[in-house]
Design a protein around this ligand. Sequence first.
Ligand code: NAI
Ligand code: MG
Length: 362
Amino acid sequence: TTYKLLLLPGDGIGPEVMAEVEKVVGWLKRAGLADFETERDLVGGAAIDVHGKPLADETLARADAADAILLGAVGGPKWNGVAYDIRPEAGLLRLRKDLGLFANLRPAICYPALADASALKRELVEGLDIMIVRELTGGVYFGEPKEITTLEDGSKRAVDTQVYTTAEIERIAHVAFDLARKRSGRVASAEKNNVMKTGVLWKDVVTKVHAEHYAEVELEHVLADNCAMQLVRRPKQFDVLVTDNLFGDVLSDVAAMLTGSLGMLPSASLGATDARGTRKALYEPVHGSAPDIAGKGFANPIAMIGSLAMCLRYSFGLGEAADLVEGAITRALAAGARTRDIVGEGQTPISTAEMGDAILRE
Ligand code: NAI
Ligand code: MG
């Protein structure tokens, strides 16, 4: 099979960092390491300018037919005035929702060359490589009732509801255990079963999925508040960390601070397996469109190129090509290549394109 990869560069620095990904894809093709086709389309503000909405129906159909999507970033001041439901961000939200992307994977990798930029001491983070698996479509951000009501005395009452079903927990647990099999074979599951019913169910279901299908993987349960503390105290104890939507939002931001710049962090959002046996998948940098630096050649393309590496590994089964790309990033950094966001004292920053070229050379 020839896989199909849809490129959606989007807005701001999105097209700038995507251009570096296209260089890497071109190299992989010439080297005979990338048996996949690429297409390009518009999303976000770029789509609003052409179609009047942030995700055209044809684009959604293309995304649905693709084996994976690589997205740059959406948004920017130019579109701040448009109505809420056709804002650039709505295009991304619709993609996530319509493709049923329920599992958010956020690696926190600390490159040895950047260990001094971490919020923690070098010895705590050097070589750090955690994969946070966050449930993305359930939990307290979506549960009903969700409302603010006015009480008799005129004061107010706000309600958010955390809901999880067995099926929702099972499918995210499978994603985490499958990943652990390809990594160090360890999963930590974070919840608060001591004070939350959803925590009790979460722990039960994860335990059951583990016992029935993944006996060879090591499973540890950890209370989410303790997990936050451990991430800062001794982060290298974790490999795959699976948790719900709310705890995952917070814990992945904590993990991000262990690694340096926003410009370094890739992510994946995975859905259910389709009829062809591939998982719906969207890969994107964690950062946004960075309007403050757009058009200046300052953007760090590593999060975007790292997102391509995740795509090669998880959607296309091209682990070797992914290793090559990730190794090239590590070596380019070790050789001193730095965009402005990660430049250290006495180092000269290079441009987005120069960073792409440095990675290609490696
Ligand atoms: P942002 O992530 O775009 O920028 C935050 C800061 O980090 C800025 O100072 C920026 O210059 C810097 N930065 C981000 N990526 C960088 C890179 N690759 N290299 C070097 N520096 C980098 O977040 P912000 O400013 O809150 O949002 C800007 C726009 O992006 C908004 O319209 C927002 O809605 C949108 N956004 C889109 C996301 C997406 O497409 N997934 C995610 C987050 C924000
Ligand atoms: Mg967040």
